[in-house]
Unconditional design. Structure first.
Ligand code: HEC
Length: 181
């Protein structure tokens, strides 16, 4: 009888552990926002390694000794490898988020190294994504200046050579045509 109770406890403990454990991971997966789940699932199914053979030796070392060791503790490496993050600020923010997750023992030094690796890798392997994001930031700044800093902009343009002014005005118009409606 006591044997049965012990078995029952062991089984229920196991069930509880799996249930709560899975629930916790699931909850953490959903935490950022629900639409993001699709991207996370897609990224997860992509390649799990990066060919770093043409990267500088020090970058290869961070890949082998830190990235592939520490970022695999909670999810496959395919998540960071295929994610849409590319800009330095995105990686800096995201690695901090990973550092503060309970159970991760990523030191500040390791986080810095891994961040540098991911910035380097993004600038090579995700160059198109990076350029596209930088272009959007530039679009935003051009749009914003043409509204919020209109007087300053006009003053600066008036001092430019006519061809430079026309080129700049064409770019501003292009941004407005793209986003105004
Ligand atoms: C302690 C567990 C843990 C460790 C260690 C960890 N992660 Fe994560 N990671 C998660 C969880 C949980 C998620 C699910 C989404 C979330 O919470 O942001 C995730 C999601 C991600 C995503 C996808 C998020 C998105 O919004 O697209 C990336 C990219 C990522 N991790 C990168 C890394 C990198 C790089 C490292 C190594 C520095 C790392 N992770 C280490 C727990 C961890």
């Amino acid at each position: 009888m006591s044997m049965n109770i012990r078995n029952f406890s062991a089984v229920s403990f196991l069930v509880l552990f799996v249930f709560v454990g899975a629930g916790t991971l699931h909850a953490q997966y959903k935490e950022p926002d629900k639409a993001n789940m699709v991207d996370i699932k897609k990224a997860e199914q992509g390649p799990r390694t990066i060919d770093v053979s043409h990267y500088p030796k020090k970058i290869q070392a961070i890949y082998n000794d830190y990235f592939t060791q520490e970022c695999i503790q909670c999810h496959p490496l395919s998540l960071p490898i295929n994610s849409e993050y590319a800009l330095p600020a995105e990686w800096e923010g995201y690695i901090k988020r990973m550092m503060y997750k309970s159970g991760s023992n990523i030191s500040t030094g390791d986080a810095k190294r891994i961040t540098e690796f991911l910035i380097y890798d993004s600038s090579v392997r995700k160059k198109a994504i990076m350029d596209e994001k930088l272009r959007k930031i530039a679009d935003f700044l051009i749009y914003d200046s043409s509204v919020r800093k209109k007087a300053l902009l006009n003053d600066k343009l008036s001092k430019e050579a006519p061809e430079v002014r026309m080129e700049q005005e064409a770019k501003i118009k292009e941004v407005h045509d793209k986003y105004d409606h």
